[in-house]
Design a protein around this ligand. Structure first.
Ligand code: ZN
Length: 447
């Protein structure tokens, strides 16, 4: 290991700065939902942090359809009456439904084929079927509506009264009249037990609406020494859900990104530029990243790669680098990780639900770094995604391996991977079985 890298790793593993960022985002500001004063507080905080590090941050405004809700609820109305603990899901329709419940399992297409949800309330399990590819709640909700369901109940797949939320629509647009609510595992199981005996009727409602709002991506650039026009992009989203300080998703990513901004500023410039982007409005539909991809459509060719640090770390969970179907990229990243971090796997996984995607779908080599296991699945988008889940050590460790990955991509004389053509992307989407999902969500652009 050369001396400069040793020094960089030493600083990464001892500097408290990134952890201080995490602490302030979680405990100092708290939930940073798009459209709230806390979102603006986080924006101003990050701008001032970039400035304090010696950057000249560029704030890029964008408009987006903000979805918001003033509440909702769910109750059993027959064969008995009972209120259910419920939380409104992002992009829930605005409306009231009272109808019989039909249980649809995880909500794969084949699950829907076996039942008839038309005119009914669809009850589904949250999460992915074990051992199967990701099945996002957006896909479940859109499919339920396509088949005529009048209400949507998403039960948590893990016990102990957890209400987890998240977005059910990725591209905004008109909201429907089909209320979508999260309920607990326990209430879901109660419904399922009674369904075995006969019809169960529930009433659910959500008061939600959309309006045009503005938000901001915050960029800071560290110029390269030989190819300053080429840049390595490091991104993380500073917004989160209304119910959680979102330590893992994604205060951890913002913290590591800011840690890299500090660390790299103290080193000699790399060959390429490094661009840090704090994305706005990821959670309700990747609106910040889509705005970035659109505003920079002309110079995206110059983005050598994007590292999207969404949910990069949480204590006790193994980390991965998803390489979005890009084989040469995966090989290169795996090679960098092999020596010191063999437990961090670089995979070909294609994730459509985070900020690398709007750039990756335009050909940019896109990576998503993520820590995930059943515990993370349990706390994700719940009030329990708190600072105590992410220790200083796990932040510093992530800073260390990310500093190697990003600095290598920024320094490499000739990169062994490049942009993908629409034809190649089309193939990747088909290979990974995400083409049908993209079409369902009206996000398929490869033909
Ligand atoms: Zn996230």
């Amino acid at each position: 290991m050369n001396q400069e890298r040793e020094q960089m790793l030493g600083r990464a593993l001892t500097d408290r700065y990134a952890y201080e960022i995490l602490t302030h985002l979680c405990d100092g500001i708290g939930p940073r939902m798009a459209g709230t004063p806390q979102e603006k507080e986080a924006r101003d905080y990050l701008i001032s942090q970039f400035e304090a590090l010696g950057y000249e941050p560029i704030v890029e405004e964008f408009t987006y359809p903000l979805w918001e809700s003033s509440g909702g609820g769910a109750a059993v109305t027959a064969p008995f009456q009972r209120e259910l603990a419920a939380a409104v899901l992002g992009w829930s329709g605005n409306g009231l439904a009272e109808a019989e419940v039909v249980y649809v399992g995880y909500g794969r297409e084949s699950d829907f084929d076996q039942v008839d949800v038309a005119g009914k309330v669809a009850l589904l399990l949250n999460g992915d079927p074990p051992g199967e590819p990701e099945l996002h709640r957006t896909e479940k909700y859109l499919r339920a509506m396509q088949r005529g369901a009048v209400g949507f109940l998403l039960m948590r797949e893990v016990p102990c009264g957890i209400l987890g939320i998240g977005s059910c629509g990725m591209k905004g647009g008109e909201i429907s009249q089909v209320p979508a609510l999260a309920i607990t595992y326990e209430d879901g199981m109660l419904l399922r037990r009674f369904l075995e005996k006969g019809p169960v009727t529930v009433k659910l409602w959500a008061d939600s609406r959309t309006r045009q709002e503005i938000s901001w991506n915050i960029r800071a650039i560290l110029p390269g020494r030989e190819k300053p026009e080429e840049r390595v992009l490091i991104g993380a989203h500073y917004d989160c859900w209304y119910n959680s300080p979102c330590a893992h998703d994604d205060a951890s990513g913002v913290a590591v990104m800011m840690g890299l901004a500090k660390l790299f500023k103290e080193l000699d410039p790399f060959r390429r530029s490094v661009e840090f982007v704090a994305f706005g409005v990821e959670e309700i539909g990747l609106f910040g990243a889509y705005a970035y991809a659109q505003q920079h459509a002309e110079d995206l060719r110059k983005v050598a790669a994007i590292f999207n640090l969404d949910g990069i770390t949480v204590d006790g969970a193994s980390q991965q680098v998803f390489c979005t179907g890009h084989r040469e990229l995966r090989e290169y990243i795996a090679g960098l990780l092999k020596e010191n971090w063999p437990e961090i796997k670089a995979t070909l996984e294609v994730n459509l639900y985070s900020d690398h995607w709007p750039l990756a779908e335009r050909g940019v080599p896109g990576m998503h770094t993520i820590a995930w296991n059943s515990f993370v699945q349990t706390i994700n988008h719940t009030p329990y995604d708190t600072l105590d889940k992410v220790s200083q050590v796990s932040i510093q460790r992530s800073l260390a391996w990310m500093s190697v990955l990003a600095s290598e991509v920024a320094s490499e004389p000739v990169l062994p991977f490049g942009h993908k053509s629409p034809e190649e992307l089309k193939q990747i989407a088909a290979e990974h079985g995400v083409d049908r999902v993209l079409k369902l969500e009206n996000r398929y652009h490869f033909e």
